[in-house]
Design a protein around this ligand. Structure first.
Ligand code: PLP
Length: 421
């Protein structure tokens, strides 16, 4: 059953689920729905205009990542980009493998389902219990995080074998905001690759990180990196996969030769233009600190800290899940559990009073399942069921936070009374 609030929420604290489109982004996109409607594959002027717009947007994304335009593949979602990175790489590698050679993937238990599901699929098709006998050659290691939601680099090193082909670890977790040591993992893999017969490829899902963290691929030493426009004030339905030159990827969608044959289908020009503009907003902040990405992040972080302090101070038996605010946690994330009540009750009550938040990730929040991330972090069930994710963004104000701190104690108190606590 889908719950619908009678009144639409006015205060939005669910930026990790999606962000509103920045007015500058919308303005940049508009002409591509009307006058500039050409198909980038056409030779005539309309087509050329569309192709130029795509090339320019691609370059903006390449500038943000510090890579070449040809290394960016546009996809319809970050889910698709993750599927392309994982299934596309394994398919590409399978073509090169000799008879009997195995494939080994290392990932973490706290990845988004958009990473876990394609890996599970490969395991089912080609791993133990699935496929033909001769195809049972995909092995997966799912690493647990520590109780703060951080994957240890030592554990990754311990699991790497001569057969390891792919390490896929997210940059920042969507539920608890924990930031993973991507650069250190990249350096480790680079070091190990020097002595390896075939290289380990390194993928990171940077969907939640892009607004806040350095995503330059040579700094991070990643081979594949996923971005999503709708998490950075761009439109939905457009994302990108960075693919380092030479990574042997097979396409998942066959058809025309778009995106260097790696993602067939007529390009979504307006969305691509919007994605480019959204990235430009971040890149601008990075290059001109006085306008400043730094200031914006500091503002969001201060509001988040105020929210966390206010809630923990006013509501007994509440606790912050994930790393302490600081360098290991995204500045916009607060994931808090309220002992003794269901998170869904809080989401609905807050929504009725005009505040939009979520339990865990947007996809799991409709399924009434405890979060796989909190479970992997070793949390007891009574705490996993009562978690709420507050995620702030660039339009969040101090007034919004004050209002939440004011109404939440009453909501939690009432729900606790109903549940007999
Ligand atoms: N990866 C992470 C870390 C996410 O947070 C999300 C969305 O919440 C996705 C992937 C999926 O993104 P999309 O909605 O663009 O498919």
């Amino acid at each position: 059953m889908v719950y619908m609030a009678k009144k639409k929420s006015k205060i939005y604290l669910d930026y990790a689920a999606t962000t509103p489109v920045d007015p500058k982004v919308l303005k940049a996109m508009e002409p591509y729905f009307s006058d500039k409607f050409g198909n980038a594959g056409s030779i005539h002027g309309f087509g050329q205009e569309a192709q130029i717009a795509i090339d320019e947007a691609r370059q903006k994304i390449a500038d943000f990542l510090g890579c070449a335009g040809q290394e960016i593949i546009f996809t319809g979602s970050a889910t698709e980009a993750n599927n392309l990175a994982i299934k596309g790489l394994i398919q590409g590698l399978k073509k090169r493998k000799r008879e009997g050679e195995k494939i080994h993937i290392i990932t973490s238990q706290i990845e988004h389902k958009a990473v876990l599901a394609p890996i599970k699929y490969l395991e089912e098709i080609f791993g133990k219990g699935g496929g033909l006998e001769r195809e049972k050659d995909v092995k997966v290691t799912y690493l647990p995080p520590d109780n703060q939601g951080i994957v240890s680099i030592d554990n990754i090193e311990k699991e790497i074998t001569p057969e390891t082909d792919l390490v896929s670890i997210m940059y920042a977790n969507n539920e608890v905001g924990s930031i993973q040591p991507i650069k250190q993992i990249g350096c480790l893999i680079e070091k190990l690759n020097k002595d390896k017969e075939h290289p380990i490829f390194f993928h990171t899902d940077a969907v939640q990180a892009a607004n806040y963290l350095d995503c330059e691929v040579d700094n991070l030493k990643v081979d594949l990196l996923t971005l999503s426009a709708h998490k950075i004030y761009g439109p939905k339905g457009i994302s990108a996969l960075y693919v380092r030159k030479g990574v042997p990827l097979s396409s998942l969608i066959k058809g025309g030769g778009q995106e260097w044959g790696l993602r067939a289908g007529t390009e979504n020009v307006a969305a691509i233009v919007g994605f480019g503009e959204a990235i430009k907003q971040i890149t601008n902040h990075k290059f001109y600190p006085e306008r400043s990405r730094g200031t914006q992040i500091t503002k969001i972080e201060k509001l988040r800290d105020k929210l966390v302090d206010g809630i923990l101070y006013k509501i007994p038996d509440s606790r912050l899940n994930g790393p302490l605010p600081g360098k290991d946690r995204l500045p916009n994330n607060a994931n808090i559990s309220f002992q003794g009540i269901e998170g869904e009750g809080i989401v609905i009550s807050l929504d009725m009073q005009g505040v939009a938040v979520s339990t865990g990730s947007a996809c799991t929040s409709k399924a009434l399942m405890p979060s796989h991330v909190l479970i992997a972090m070793g949390m007891e069930p009574e705490w996993t069921h009562s978690s709420i994710r507050f995620s702030l963004g660039k339009y969040t104000t101090a007034k919004d936070i004050d209002y939440v701190i004011k109404i939440l104690p009453g909501i939690v108190g009432r729900l606790r009374k109903i549940s007999g606590r």
